[in-house]
Design a binder for this molecule. Sequence first.
Ligand code: CP
Length: 314
Amino acid sequence: MRHFTSINDVGDVHDLVKRAITNKSDPPQQLAQQLFVALIFFNPSLRTRLSSEKACHLLGLTPYVLNAGQSWPIEFGEGAVMDGDKSEHIKEAGKVISQYADLIAIRAFPLLKDRDEDYDEPVIKGFMANTSSPVINLESATRHPLQGFADMITIEENKRREKPKVVLTWAPHPKALPQSVANSFAAWSLAMEYDVVITHPEGYELDPALTYGATIEYDPVKAYENADFVYAKNWSSYRSYGQILSQDSGFRVNREKFSVTNNAYFMHCLPVRRNVVVDDEIIDSQQSLVIQQANNRTFAMLTVLEQILRHMNI
Ligand code: CP
């Protein structure tokens, strides 16, 4: 694996998930020393930052963090007249960072104003075009592949049948959020050949290129029937790009809807708004996998680093 920007950089998804489960019980020791990983955050993080630093340390890599969003805004526009708040262009910054970092990992959320611009992934592409180091996506404008990977590890650890029914449900939220987690969960669970059902109010359809093969069901109760896993996430509209079209509390995850599932597990990437997205009695129950999902972020990152180091002949 040269880069890890989306599921498209993965050869065999099943093999990668199996490898991560092996790494979790028997982590590879100190694969590399004197190698440096720049973790560049244009947006805040708890899980991604700490799990990435932990994974680096487990492998013997040295991570360092740049909170670029607050301290060092970077310009990505070709031909930009830089008379605003951005003091450095990616053309210089990327080449400079490459000299200090053998791998570069980036978090950059979408602006949610221009769909074409966000889906073109200007920050990830800007780094790839202007650095010589492998690039890892820590959640970009439209993808969160490390989260999707960790979610697949979690499902494989808990599934009770070969091809579980996995429901991705939109849930209400007071803020307009990216589609990244939902996009990646759909793409990864379809690649794992699960029975994937996506439920949301009309107008919240995701990019059809990423959900091809999934069943779309607008009635959440019908969607939950016989589900093995219910994955909740809010996202803003893809069609009416970046807008909040609904606050329908009928999509909040609760005991009543869970009663029609196959004793389903509850999943969420975190952070989560309790009693807006999911009722306390579900997230606090034995069926909740949210803490296990967060733990698996370390082994997703560790396995991605391992695969990239292998490609670098390390
Ligand atoms: N799930 C996730 O990416 O969490 P953070 O935003 O805390 O990194």
